[in-house]
Design a protein around this ligand. Structure first.
Ligand code: GBH
Length: 481
């Protein structure tokens, strides 16, 4: 692929993690529980009955993690802040936990001293549990927006002079759909009564998505009005989204369904931000179940991205469904498949049932987003892969993760092609993940790290081959200044 393709000399690359997936130390220094602490305690929700209680113990090992980043020659590190460490009960009238806050101040100082640029995510799914209990958490617009605004302001105040890249929410699609429709993620609400006695998957995900957008807009307004002039940083939201190819390229319904799939996954959030409205396909299918924009709310949301945060992993074949969509349908009345009509797989198997790599899909989606949103500056905030049966390999073999290394070669190459050949304005890339960690409902069985974490041996960290190679790959592509 595109051997002459390049990336700009100021391109920023590094690795990503998230608080609940790596920190552990869930009761240290006054941290309050998040909805994930609570969710993990419900039998049957997490593979192997696991939780983030210990995870990678990163709360106590910030120095080891920084050493890892240095070893990889990483320029940047994207991590998230645990809201309930900073405000254990979460709310705007609840006390601030100075120790929790100072942990992050110190961590950022240490990163900067090591020459590593911090990218900070304010919210990677770990809502303070009290807010869920107190007023229904993400379902309650007025309360949630006010509390998230307060929390954001506290963080901007403490870190604003040092942090230049802010991400409000990680993957609001996951919070909304997996948390309130499928019920696979905290708080686990769903219409599926076998999973949970409460929840309405036909309405709640759309309400939650709307509220997250408004909260994002409110935090951006605070940043721009109170901090940006002083601190000069950038702020945006991170959206997940995979590429879509038709199951049957000869069938116009499948071809059409591909755009609809991306609209339901990505444009649900990106259209309000860049175009000031929900996509027509969603309005058409969801009618009154999709909340209406008030003039005040859409004014907050429209134009609220300084950059587009892109999480991307794979591609799917899309088959249009015939007949009326079900009330709990969240995808756009279509099926997500891993094989096309001709029986071809979208990519090789991994440990994650949803993830089959297809690097060309990355290039195509970068172009799709650029066409739809007028060539925004894109920061890839996550990209990576698990590996079939990695957890069962003998250590020596496990550390030679050629499959993951090849994934990065292919995906970074596809990104360079998008930049060089398609004019896509992509400016940063964070690989998921710096280390193996708590993979949500899949527990610790699925590994995404470029570093092996030995959960049986005091969370010892051992870099895999991919940890070394990513830097070499970027060296090839980034233009010398
Ligand atoms: C990211 O989400 C997360 O930000 C990160 O925390 C996580 O560790 C990482 O990926 C690896 O999983 O089951 O068919 O409904 C990735 C986006 C979107 C991937 C939902 C799984 C489930 C598809 N995720 N998807 S399905």
């Amino acid at each position: 692929m595109g051997s002459s393709s390049q990336l700009p000399s100021d391109f920023l690359w590094g690795f990503a993690t998230a608080s609940y997936q790596i920190e552990g130390a869930v009761e240290a220094d006054g941290r309050g529980p998040s909805i994930w602490d609570t969710f993990c305690k419900i039998p049957g929700k997490i593979a192997g009955g696991a939780s983030g209680d210990v995870a990678c113990d990163s709360y106590n090992r910030t120095h080891e993690d920084i050493e890892l980043l240095k070893k990889c020659n990483a320029q940047a590190y994207r991590f998230s802040i645990s809201w309930s460490r900073v405000i254990p009960l979460g709310g705007r009238n609840d006390p601030v936990n100075e120790k929790g806050l100072q942990h992050y101040v110190k961590f950022v100082d240490d990163l900067l001293e090591a020459g590593i640029v911090p990218l900070v995510t304010l919210y990677h799914w770990d809502l303070p549990d009290e807010l869920d209990k107190r007023y229904g958490g993400l379902l309650n617009k007025e309360e949630f927006v006010a509390d998230f605004s307060n929390y954001s302001r506290i963080i901007f105040n403490a870190l604003g002079s040092k942090v230049k890249y802010w991400i409000t929410f990680n993957e609001p699609w996951c919070s909304s759909v997996l948390g309130y429709n499928v019920g696979q993620f905290a708080p686990g609400r769903t219409s599926d009564r076998k999973r949970n006695p409460v929840g309405d998957g036909s309405t709640e995900p759309w309400i939650v998505g709307h509220n997250l957008l408004v909260a994002h807009g409110a935090a951006v307004k605070i940043y721009r009005e109170e901090f940006k002039a002083r601190d000069g940083g950038e702020i945006g939201i991170t959206l997940n989204g995979d590429w879509a190819e038709p199951w049957d390229p000869e069938n116009p319904a499948d071809v059409e369904a591909c755009d609809r799939k991306i609209e339901f996954a990505i444009s649900w959030f990106a259209d309000p931000i860049y175009h000031g409205k929900y996509p027509d396909s969603m309005v058409k299918q969801l009618g009154d179940r999709l909340p209406k924009w008030t003039a005040e709310d859409i004014a907050l949301v429209r134009g609220s991205n300084d950059f587009y945060g892109m999480n991307h992993y794979c591609a799917n074949y899309i088959k249009a469904k015939t007949g009326e969509p079900e009330a709990t349908d969240i995808a756009g009345n279509l099926e997500l498949l891993l094989q096309n009509k001709a029986g071809e797989w979208v990519g090789p198997e991994t440990q994650s049932p949803w993830l089959r790599p297809s690097a060309i899909g990355f290039r195509k989606l970068l172009k799709w987003l650029s066409d739809r949103y007028d060539y925004p500056k894109i920061y890839v905030t996550e990209n990576g892969t698990s590996l079939k049966n990695e957890n069962d390999l003998p250590l020596e073999q496990l550390l030679k993760d050629e499959f993951r290394t090849q994934y990065f070669r292919d995906y970074i190459g596809a990104m360079a092609d998008a930049y060089t050949l398609d004019g896509v304005n992509v400016r940063a890339y964070m690989a998921w993940s710096l280390m193996d960690n708590f993979e949500w409902a899949e527990g610790y069985e699925t590994r995404f790290g470029v570093t092996f974490v030995d959960y049986e041996n005091n969370q010892k960290r051992l870099p895999k081959e991919s940890a070394r190679t990513i830097g070499e790959i970027f060296d090839q592509y980034i233009e010398k200044a």
